[in-house]
Design a protein around this ligand. Structure first.
Ligand SMILES: *Cc1c(COP(=O)(O)O)cnc(C)c1O
Length: 476
């Protein structure tokens, strides 16, 4: 007889057959919290039921307080570590006018990557000299306008350089320009399709070419090494490579670099699919990014500063990390179903048409009331008649009623720009202000707005010009 009481020192533990339990993402495991136990019924003090009643479901809700808090936090973290810092708000991350203007009011420049974004910034009241103009496609007409308005043009390729030389010489005055660099930091996949390569010598050739141009002057260096970059060391490598290039180019061509723009890429507190630790554990804090970047930059520019010259201004183009957690998507349950594999299926009124980032993230899903009942493995689907329309493949949720709503967060980055008008209309976006006022910042689409640009040729004005065909379908 075996004695298995703990007090027995002499006997071995009984042998147990080993078992393997699959850990499915979203279900309970040693890392997972029971999300449904948390619930939230308001956004910055405004009841969600009231928001949905007034503005419909689904609904995007932006927190003005959080936007301001985030950018102040970023500025504080960097300005307390380096003397000269500016940030440019990355329009493509979220270019709703109200969001951009909150950041502009907090002192951010505009970082734009197309003619449309350039004109949008201008229409919001941003002067040309507060625009950082990135991107591989800048047609002649917008380059002409950007040159005339004193924008900071970041050159992406040689054809753009040639075009800009022409535009600048037509304008008849010297134009300060920045070049985008690419290089291998050893941490992130080099985005070598953008800008000029450092290692191959191409970037130095371009700097030479600019220094010999009668119409251009090299004043800045730019690079953007990736997005959702989880290693702060990648930024140390970036700053080291860029400052080494700066010192070399200044020594060789005699130019003076006014600013070093390190792009964006800081991760937000979102869960990337395939990373199982919670974002609070894997995402560096803004202070950690700032510390690495500023320490390296101070060191690399020490000599220059000791010679009595200004250190270059550090420019940030932080997108995702500023806006992601300042916006949520609220969506309501349309239907419940039981799937053949036993899982529970829930159809929501928002899908990947609105929450485009559901392709990469496992968003936080928070009920808007206390849910009772046994949690069950649940798949959350959108309303599209498309198999790809999945908000979450699997998570544990108690039963939901038709009409119940769920909060998907963070949803502020890349959804209001990459969303699609596909099958469904895009809904209202509201902003909750500091004083709990709620403003619609983008109206919901309707049939009129969606079809406003269509035109019907004369012979296609009517579906059935000669009267509808007799229907075979409703004979019986
Ligand atoms: C997209 C982009 C950004 C913003 O990137 P995040 O990863 O959202 O911070 C900044 N600069 C450039 C050039 C970009 O293309």
């Amino acid at each position: 007889m075996t004695d298995t009481t703990p007090s027995s020192q002499s006997t071995k533990k009984p042998w147990l057959k080993p078992t393997i339990t699959p850990l499915r993402s979203g279900t309970i495991n040693k890392f997972g919290a029971m999300r449904h136990e948390q619930w939230r019924d308001n956004i910055d003090g405004v009841p969600i039921s009231e928001l949905l009643e007034k503005h419909g479901s689904p609904l995007f809700v932006v927190s003005e307080r959080k936007l301001r808090e985030n950018i102040r936090h970023l500025h504080r973290a960097f300005s307390s570590r380096y003397p000269q810092v500016l940030s440019g708000w990355s329009y493509k991350t979220n270019y709703l006018g109200a969001v951009c203007n909150v950041f502009h009011q907090e002192g951010a420049l505009a970082e734009v990557v197309s003619e449309f974004e350039y004109l949008k910034a201008r229409s919001l009241g941003v002067p040309g000299n507060c625009i950082l103009f990135n991107g591989p496609h800048k047609p002649r007409r917008i380059l002409q306008q950007a040159v005339a308005e004193g924008a900071h043009i970041h050159i992406d390729h040689l054809d753009e350089l040639y075009l800009l030389e022409e535009v600048a010489s037509e304008a008849g005055h010297e134009v300060g320009v920045t070049i985008r660099l690419n290089f291998d930091t050893g941490y992130t996949e080099p985005w070598s399709r953008f800008g000029f390569n450092v290692e191959s010598g191409q970037a130095m050739d371009v700097a030479w070419r600019i220094s010999s141009s009668p119409s251009l002057r090299l004043t800045g260096l730019h690079s953007h090494i990736g997005t959702f970059v989880l290693e702060t060391e990648a930024y140390r490598a970036q700053v080291r490579i860029m400052t080494a290039f700066m010192l070399e180019v200044e020594a060789r061509t005699g130019c003076e670099i006014d600013y070093i723009d390190i792009g964006g890429g800081f991760a937000s507190l979102n869960s990337l699919q395939g990373i199982y630790l919670p974002p609070e554990q894997v995402v560096p804090s803004i202070e950690q990014y700032a510390d690495t970047i500023c320490t390296e930059l101070l060191e690399a520019t020490h000599e220059r500063s000791a010679q009595g010259r200004n250190r270059p201004t550090l420019v940030l183009e932080t997108g995702r990390a500023l806006v992601d957690d300042a916006e949520v998507l609220i969506s309501s349950v349309v239907a419940n179903k039981r799937l053949p594999d036993g899982r529970h299926g829930v159809v929501m009124d928002a899908g990947v048409n609105l929450l485009f980032t559901a392709f990469w993230y496992n968003h936080d899903v928070t009920p808007t009331r206390q849910l009772n009942g046994k949690p069950d493995e649940t798949a959350l689907y959108g309303p599209l008649c498309m198999n790809i329309d999945v908000l979450r493949q699997s998570l544990m949720l108690p039963p939901l009623d038709v009409g119940d709503s769920l909060i998907f967060s963070p949803a502020g980055a890349y959804n209001n720009t990459q969303w699609m008008q596909f099958i469904e209309y895009r809904p209202n976006v509201v902003m909750v202000g500091d004083d709990q006022t709620v403003a619609v910042i983008r109206r919901a689409e309707d049939l009129q707005t969606v079809t406003a640009l269509e035109q019907l040729p004369a012979h296609l004005q009517k579906a059935y010009p000669d009267g509808a065909p007799a229907s075979q379908l409703d004979k019986r």
